[in-house]
Design a protein around this ligand. Structure first.
Ligand code: GDD
Ligand code: MG
Length: 367
């Protein structure tokens, strides 16, 4: 089935999916939803909003559920960002498709207009205009941005034919047929959104897309190899923040120059401390003499004491890493204290407020 495509509206509308609980990012997401976590110095979504705006989006409907009020507090009516923002909240999460259908009630465009739909945890350098142009030219019902990853089993695996038509949508399959995956940015015809059932849980990945393909609707893949990252795990979240600071992905929302590190207002960094790899030093945070911090996110008011080493980690707001401690690939919750000479490594998470006494955890079996 094809759709009729009259001229595009002057300003594109978008739906942003931000209702997930971000469970893989706990304890960071216990109090703050994933899309609001401080990333390269600003809430994660600020980067997505700036990018959407640069491609002509002027009105965005947030599909919220988990901790919905925090989004309104962070972004308000959007004026500060040059956007008009609306919020549609699901009392109980409706899944990705149900959320899109629910949020569409706040769209102003007609049935023949294209609508941009974005997962709220994606950093992408792709050309959204080119994706929309493909969608409009080929009169598609929906056009999916596709990217290539090493492990497609963690994503929606999306094979296409040689015309770019999507032939199947296999969400989190243990047997992926291609490395090409759903990159979480769609152009939908408004009329295709209106055909999603209302008032119940629907997954676009498991129900809507497979159904559209089965019924012969034009589902296209816009594949490219630009910068792309889903920040849904601690390692990826840290990577995304660092990539923005380093300038691997340019963001108009970065609150300072690109470089090896970004220090926010009131941060105090000793001249003999070493900061590298796109580290963010949060507002009023302190990094003492001879401390080394590589590729990490240091949240506001945290304190890295002399001689401590932090790499590829998140240190929460007000947390303290005492002298000589080593923290690598770990998440330290807000207000936690890692006592002197502890050694925390791969995947370890210290819950907010927990105090680890000195030398409580050593990684090496030689000790
Ligand atoms: N409003 C609302 N309601 N939003 C939701 C809901 C819901 O019930 N469920 C999920 N979301 C939002 C999340 O907040 C996130 O922004 C987005 O939908 C995708 O959910 P994730 O939980 O991050 O899904 P994923 O990363 O496992 O998989 C998705 O993204 C991959 C790309 O990163 C799928 O779309 C995959 O097919 C895709 O490859
Ligand atoms: Mg995700």
């Amino acid at each position: 089935m094809t759709e009729s495509h009259p001229p595009e509206p002057a300003h594109l509308e978008a739906i942003l999916l931000v209702g997930g609980q971000g469970t893989r990012l706990r304890p960071m997401t216990l109090r703050t939803p994933k899309p609001l976590l401080p990333t390269a110095g600003v809430p994660f979504l600020a980067h997505q909003l700036a990018r959407a705006r640069s491609f002509g989006v002027r009105r965005i409907v947030f599909a919220t559920s988990y901790r919905a009020s925090m989004f309104v507090e962070a972004f308000g009516d959007g004026e500060e960002f040059g956007l008009s923002l609306e919020y549609m909240t699901e009392e109980a999460p409706l899944g990705t498709g149900g959320a899109i259908r629910n949020a569409a009630q706040a769209l102003t465009c007609g049935p023949d207009a294209p609508v941009l739909v974005l997962n709220g945890d994606i950093l992408s350098g792709h050309d959204i205009s080119a994706q929309i142009a493909m969608h409009v030219e080929r009169r598609a019902a929906v056009t999916l941005h596709l990217t290539e990853v090493e492990d497609p089993s963690r994503f929606g695996c999306v094979p296409t034919d040689d015309q770019g038509r999507v032939t199947a949508f296999l969400e989190k399959t243990p047997h992926p047929v291609t490395n090409r995956v759903n990159a979480g940015c769609y152009v939908f015809q408004r009329s295709a959104i209106d055909r999603i059932p209302a008032g119940r849980v629907v997954s676009v990945e498991r129900e809507t897309f497979p159904g559209m393909i089965a019924s012969g609707e034009t589902v296209l893949g816009y594949a490219d190899r630009s910068y792309w990252l889903d920040v849904g795990t601690p390692a990826a979240f840290v990577q995304g923040s660092c990539d923005l600071v380093l300038g691997r992905l340019h963001s108009a929302a970065l609150p300072g120059p690109e470089g090896e590190y970004l220090a926010l207002p009131g941060a105090r960094v000793s001249p003999s401390a070493k900061l590298s790899g796109g580290t963010v030093v949060g507002a009023r945070a302190v990094v003492d003499a001879e401390a080394a911090v590589h590729g990490s996110v240091l949240d506001d008011d945290c304190h890295i004491e002399s001689g401590a080493t932090v790499s590829e980690s998140v240190v929460g707001a007000g947390a303290r890493i005492r002298s000589g401690a080593v923290v690598h690939d770990a998440v330290i919750g807000d207000g936690a204290v890692v006592g002197a000479d502890n050694e925390l490594r791969s995947g370890m998470r210290v819950w907010p407020g927990v105090h680890l006494p000195p030398c409580a955890i050593r990684f090496s079996s030689e000790i």
